[in-house]
Ligand binder design. Structure first.
Ligand SMILES: CC(C)=CCC[C@@H](C)[C@H]1CC[C@@]2(C)C3=C(CC[C@]12C)[C@@]1(C)CC[C@H](O)C(C)(C)[C@@H]1CC3
Length: 726
């Protein structure tokens, strides 16, 4: 039972929630009224997502699985049953970060938009259910220790949503916040949200001058050469902070002011707290250089900045915001920047502003309901990424061409082909060519991701080469894949830094020395693009697979693959491991690296690199036959095992070992046994532990991984060794 139920915060009536999707994969939760409850039936998928008792698991072909193939088929049947047929995707609560919802709440409060009661109740429940079980605070992500940032913003949300300060949840959280020194020590983004809500003085927030965006692009550290997320956040944040925008003070805010600090609000000298960050939060301390720069900028802002220059650069920032909205169908790249942007739009255009209204409306697509309540996710979903894996893995596992899976593949294929970008970004938005590429979530979100493009290419080539799917071939002009290849080839880093690698959204455009002025305090490595071994691996996989079936740019592709695999080999650590940036952690990267090396015919027998890669993983096999890695691996850059194995990581290792032609079959079989042991009678696997991570310190769940990777692992095993009894 969720904690919220135990303390009397009852959930809304779950039978009234509906998940609506569009063909392009947008997701929106709706709470319907009594009249419509029987007209608009709740789907089985919704029941699954809300974990209600009336969820109907699918009828399985094998009531009890006696062989590996039967277990595989059952798993695949379960996963098939939770596809959203309308969009062809697998909607999931892509949760983990605890600093997303504040944006939505601040937007609603700032714009005086009432949050309906059912939404409020579920938002409260989610926060209450993720409070730290001992001290009642919150951290950066759902499994973190309590921090000043997490505790402050989530406390503020609860209060704004109507939980009284005397409520035991608030009392406990506030005690923890005060122990941490109160909200004064929030890191930069926390201070910014508080300042927007008039709970902190902008003088206590380090500057983010919009003049930066008015500089000529030729400057090597121009902000539009930073990582796409960081620049997307600092444009509207810069606007809000230079214009010192905040909402009106009201009695509730006055109360909150009196609660979250350890001193009376009027007695706080905010100016002297710009660099005060609570020790527990500090992941990436300021450099001396940043402090000096901040002092100079503050002096400039207070005494030198002419009004005309401020107006001019804020106009530049505003224009960039409008362009971002045009490029993303008003979604914005991700929820943090989207919320800051929406507030800027409201400030400039007022409550009836067209852009403001559109932008506000789309914020709801990042809200997702689950058993624990409603929360703002890390992005507007993981649709493309999951579909690309799904199609490939059903092919890998020998399932795709079975008649019972025809329709799920068809749905997903249609979604993927409709998610390919077919337009370029608007002029002057500092965005690269995107036509032909794919994003991580939906086409409307509009941002190319290297590995999402590569994995989608591979999935589409599989369907287009299968006679079984002949009827679908006329739906797609195969030449469109050439555009995808064109974009993917431009993404390889070919400068002197990390030659041959691939990053996430763009090539590396500016020096990592910019990290010296990283103002975020809670994240490292966010200023520019970096080389990522997983993105490089996937890019190799997509390119190599395409190259087998097409004559298009054959030599360019070969050269790119050569450079990329050289990079992958070079990125291996002396102990044989690869550090994974986007999944937890060495098991994730190990799988991708071994698969990409397999693509260039390197295996355990003929390659020292592969041998070391496998041995590193095999040494970490647990007694129970599987593998389990803690999120601490990502934080400490050292393999930290869990006590018991985890299904997803076991699958990652098994896939890597099979593709590397690891010679000891028994080692692999024990991993397979663990995966099967954890499968339920319904064919499904349950959530065990967080699978994903970003910026080394923040966890994020990928709920579809617990199906995708076990299915691939079992399937590859059967393809290689034949079916075996369990
Ligand atoms: C520190 C900041 C700016 C926080 C906002 C959160 C975003 C930056 C995160 C949330 C989800 C996220 C981890 C994601 C990615 C980048 C950073 C994201 C968007 C990418 C696209 C990077 C490439 C990866 O291989 C993969 C495709 C798995 C992920 C998907 C999610």
């Amino acid at each position: 039972m969720p904690y919220s139920d135990e303390i009397g915060l009852t959930p809304t009536d779950f039978s009234k929630w509906r998940l609506n999707t569009t063909k392009l994969g947008a997701q929106r939760w709706e709470f319907i009224d009594d009249k419509n409850i029987h007209i608009n039936e709740q789907s089985n998928l919704t029941k699954y997502l809300l974990e209600t008792d009336d969820f109907q698991p699918p009828k399985l072909q094998f009531e009890i699985s006696n062989t590996i193939n039967e277990a595989l088929h059952n798993g695949a049947t379960f996963f098939k049953s939770i596809q959203d047929e309308n969009s062809g995707t697998w909607p999931v609560q892509y949760k983990g970060p605890m600093f997303m919802t504040i944006g939505y709440i601040a937007c609603c409060y700032f714009t005086k938009t009432l949050i309906p009661d059912h939404e409020k109740r579920e938002l409260i429940r989610y926060i209450v259910n993720t409070a730290h079980p001992v001290d009642g605070g919150w951290g950066l992500h759902e499994f973190d220790k309590s921090t000043c940032f997490g505790t402050t913003i989530n406390y503020v949300i609860l209060r704004i949503l109507g939980l009284p300060s005397s409520h035991p949840v608030c009392v406990k959280a506030l005690k923890t916040l005060h122990k941490l020194g109160g909200a004064i020590g929030c890191p930069h983004w926390g201070k910014a949200w508080l300042a927007v809500l008039n709970l902190y003085d902008w003088d206590g927030v380090n500057p983010a001058p919009t003049e930066l965006f008015a500089l000529p692009y030729s400057i090597p550290i121009h902000p539009m050469k930073w990582w796409v997320h960081t620049r997307a956040i600092y444009i509207p944040l810069g606007y809000l902070s230079t214009a010192k925008i905040h909402c009106e003070l009201d009695p509730l805010l006055e109360e909150i002011r009196s609660e979250i600090f350890v001193k009376p609000y009027d007695q706080i000298d905010f100016k002297s707290n710009r660099n005060n960050v609570c020790g527990v939060d500090l992941y990436y301390p300021h450099t001396k250089l940043l402090n000096i720069m901040n002092n100079i900028i503050v002096f400039y802002e207070n005494y030198i900045r002419p009004k005309w220059l401020l107006d001019y650069s804020n106009k530049k920032a505003f224009d960039l915001i409008i362009k971002e909205l045009q490029n993303t169908e008003y979604l914005g790249i991700a929820p943090v920047s989207a919320a800051f942007q929406t507030i800027v739009l409201y400030h400039v255009q007022g409550p009836t502003g067209d852009d403001y209204l559109k932008s506000f409306n789309r914020l709801s697509e990042t809200l997702f309901l689950g058993k624990q309540g409603l929360t703002v996710m890390g992005t507007n979903g993981s649709q493309v990424w999951d579909c690309a894996f799904f199609i490939q893995y059903y092919f890998n596992a020998g399932l795709a061409e079975l008649p019972e899976f025809y329709h799920v593949i068809e749905n997903s294929f249609k979604f993927l082909i409709n998610s390919q970008f077919d337009t370029e970004c608007v002029e002057g938005s500092f965005r690269d060519k995107r036509k032909g590429a794919w994003p991580f979530s939906t086409k409307e979100q509009g941002y190319t991701v290297s590995d999402c493009t590569a994995e989608s290419i591979k999935a589409i080539v599989m369907v287009m080469n299968s006679k079984h799917f002949e009827k679908l071939h006329s739906l797609y002009d195969i030449n469109k894949l050439n555009d995808a290849i064109d974009v993917l080839l431009t993404l390889q880093n070919v400068g002197s830094y990390k030659f041959g690698s691939f990053s996430t959204y763009e090539q590396i455009k500016a020096t990592p020395m910019l990290e010296l002025i990283n103002p975020a305090e809670v994240f490292g490595n966010i200023m520019v693009e970096y080389p990522y071994v997983e993105c490089t691996d996937s890019s190799v996989l997509g390119l190599a697979y395409f190259n087998k079936y097409s004559t298009y740019r054959k030599d360019d592709i070969k050269l790119t693959i050569k450079r990329a695999t050289d990079y992958i080999i070079d990125a291996q650590d002396v102990d044989g491991s690869w550090y994974g940036y986007w999944g937890v952690c060495f098991t994730y990267a190990g799988m991708f690296a071994l698969e990409s090396l397999h693509e260039i015919n390197l295996n355990y027998e003929n390659s020292e690199v592969v041998r070391k890669g496998c041995d590193f993983l095999v040494k970490r096999q647990l007694e129970d036959g599987g593998w389990g890695e803690s999120m601490k691996s990502s934080e400490t850059h050292t393999y930290v095992t869990t006590l018991e194995s985890l299904v997803v990581q076991t699958a990652w290792v098994v896939i890597g070992l099979i593709l590397a032609d690891y010679p000891e079959k028994d080692v692999i079989r024990r991993g397979i046994d663990l995966i099967i042991k954890r499968q339920l009678g319904t064919g499904e696997w349950k959530f065990e532990s967080v699978e994903g991570v970003f910026n080394h310190s923040c966890s994020i769940e990928y709920p579809n991984y617990k199906f995708l990777f076990p299915i691939k692992a079992l399937g590859l095993y059967v393809q290689k060794y034949g079916d075996e009894p369990i």
